[in-house]
Design a binder for this molecule. Structure first.
Ligand code: GDP
Length: 301
């Protein structure tokens, strides 16, 4: 079994490549849940839904949110009624979110996601990092904001002083799934808001120290490929570079995959961890994704 730690944009792109090169039933994906919240009366688990749609070949690859061919009749109607939604939820996507909200009345989040991935005929295992409600706050000079308020209402524009999230327990079986993995892949996701919450849960780092861990840098040069990771890293007093990301993972990391553009950092990164792989990490098409997946999986294939 291969375990992948995932957020909702960079790692799902890599998962598209991984599922082409190994049997999807061998893939176990642990997904960030700190952005989960209620919107429009629905329980929304953004990163989990993105991973579900990615594995079901339904994901909208423009936005990495929702389905690739959806309509917005309900969303537009709500606007007309004077009840605008913070999130633009598509009609078919809304059905999955309604089902999740209904199931959550009787089942845990892990069980709910298990039911939904089977309904979508997904063979890979998808594990929410926790069944407990986690919360993330972005601290700005204007005060604390929820992640969605920062990202959507404020368009990631405010300065960031810090990022806070509460401690939650790992979902049942999560630690064991890491311990039983041939390899753990930390995809190119935001190290502070997507991977940080997963690795800071009790027992996760200890489990990672005992397995082979490979990470892909989400930072190329001095910029993230997309999203607000730079602001969050600066707020944590980390350099916005592949080296900065590596320093977050170095205590349990065996191999770090960086982009050709960062080849000059190899020597510095080798001071932090044993192995560095230099390759193309920009995933513009399925060919790039498959190539990167093969490089990451290496000896497993
Ligand atoms: P979120 O949940 O939407 O914040 O998404 P993630 O945390 O999964 O991913 C965001 C990170 O993915 C950003 O820091 C990007 O730099 C990174 N990313 C997106 N696309 C790529 C890519 O093609 N290559 C690499 N190396 N990183 C990427």
């Amino acid at each position: 079994m291969i375990t992948v730690l995932s957020g909702g944009t960079g790692t799902p792109k890599l998962i598209q490549g991984i599922k082409e090169v190994i049997d999807p039933s061998r893939i176990n994906i642990i997904v960030n849940t700190v952005e989960n919240d209620y919107f429009s009366g629905l329980y929304v688990a953004p990163d989990i839904d993105t991973v579900l749609y990615t594995l079901a070949n339904l994901i909208n690859q423009e936005t990495w949110y929702g389905l690739n061919s959806d309509t917005f009749i309900t969303h537009d109607k709500l606007n007309e009624l004077g009840a605008p939604e913070l999130l633009r939820i598509g009609d078919q996507d809304r059905a999955l979110k309604i089902q999740k909200t209904m199931l959550m009345q009787n089942y845990s989040l892990s069980q709910t996601v298990g039911i939904q991935r089977k309904a979508l005929k997904i063979k890979s295992r998808i594990r929410p990092m926790s069944d407990q409600q986690s919360e993330i706050k972005i601290v700005t000079p204007q005060g604390e904001m929820s992640f969605h308020q920062f990202l959507i209402e404020e368009k990631s524009e405010p300065d960031v002083i810090g990022v806070l999230y509460n401690n939650v327990d790992p979902a049942p079986g999560l630690i064991e799934s890491i311990e039983n993995s041939e390899m753990v892949i930390i995809g190119p996701s935001n190290p502070i808001t997507s991977i940080g919450p997963i690795i800071s849960m009790k027992g996760v780092k200890k489990a990672l120290k005992n397995v082979y861990v490979v990470a892909v840098s989400p930072i190329i040069g001095n910029l993230p490929v997309s999203g607000p990771a730079a602001k969050f890293m600066e707020a944590a007093n980390l350099p916005v570079s592949a080296e900065g990301v590596c320093s977050i993972y170095s205590e349990f990391l065996d191999r770090f995959v960086i982009d050709h553009e960062d080849a000059l950092l190899e020597k510095e990164i080798e001071k932090l961890i044993k192995e560095v792989t230099i390759t193309n990490t920009k995933m513009r098409n399925i060919g790039d994704k498959v190539m990167l997946a093969k490089t990451v999986l290496g000896g497993i294939l």
